[in-house]
Design a protein around this ligand. Structure first.
Ligand code: SAH
Ligand code: DHB
Ligand code: MG
Length: 224
């Protein structure tokens, strides 16, 4: 098993389950043209996020880490006509590219992008009494994942679903001695998730065109 095989199978899956989509393709092309890193979720993972948001009947979604808005578009399309998505991004250039991509997808009326370090914008959201969110996607800087989980819980209700990307990190997450602060951030996040009685959680490893990583999923089972 190797990366070439994972990439070929991802293409096979995407050809079957992800129809060509001008807005999503344009979002990736514009992100590339602007020099953004290619660290968006894969197409089949975007579809998975959308399915999960639809399955829990999400009407309000919070995303931490927008990049060019690729996952944002997948998630916003899961919403009913009166649904809302708030996405948080620290980099002005990423936010600018994302806003254009979101507009091109016809989702400017649904998506609110808040520019700034997420720990700041999360505390602003809480102060404004926003939430609870039905679905929360954590995908920003990995060392802050433990803090993002605390905010996600605060901004949840019983029945909310919290998903976090990149919690396996090519398997490095199983190495307690790792000196990578992204790995240690994911480890601490995973431990908090496991120890938190208000959620029921698991982690699924993933391979594909984007390599070897994994998603954490946590269902809020008690009023947080
Ligand atoms: N969810 C996107 C990918 C996000 S990549 C997708 O799948 O399409 C992670 C993003 O988090 C980057 O754009 C990065 O600029 C942003 N980020 C990093 N640190 C941040 C912080 N402290 N607050 C908010 N966003 C941050
Ligand atoms: C990185 C960030 C991501 O969200 C991702 O999915 C892959 C890589 C990174 O910062 O390297
Ligand atoms: Mg990610």
């Amino acid at each position: 098993m190797n990366q070439d095989k994972w990439t070929a199978v991802d293409r096979y899956i995407t050809d079957l389950f992800v129809p060509r989509d001008p807005a999503l393709e344009a979002a990736l092309a514009a992100s590339d043209a602007a020099g953004l890193p290619q660290i968006n979720v894969a197409p089949n993972q975007g579809k998975l996020l959308q399915l999960l948001a639809q399955a829990c009947g999400a009407r309000s979604i919070l995303e931490i880490g927008t990049l060019g808005g690729y996952s944002t578009i997948w998630l916003a399309r899961a919403l009913p006509a009166d649904g809302r998505l708030i996405t948080l991004e620290a980099e002005p250039k990423h936010a600018e590219v994302a806003q254009a991509n979101i507009a091109r997808a016809g989702l400017s009326g649904v998506v609110e992008l808040r520019l700034g370090p997420a720990l700041t914008t999360l505390s602003q959201l809480a102060a404004e009494g926003r939430g609870p969110f039905d679905f929360i996607f954590i995908d920003a800087d990995k060392p802050s994942y433990p803090d993002y989980f605390a905010w996600a819980l605060k901004l949840s209700r019983r029945g909310s679903l919290i998903i976090a990307d990149n919690v396996v990190r090519m398997g490095a997450v199983a190495d307690a001695a790792s000196d990578d602060d992204r790995v240690q951030g994911a480890r601490r996040f995973n431990e908090l998730l496991a120890a938190e009685p208000r959620v029921s959680a698991t982690i699924i490893q993933t391979v594909g065109g984007k390599g070897y990583d994994g998603f954490a999923m946590a269902l809020v089972i008690a009023e947080p």
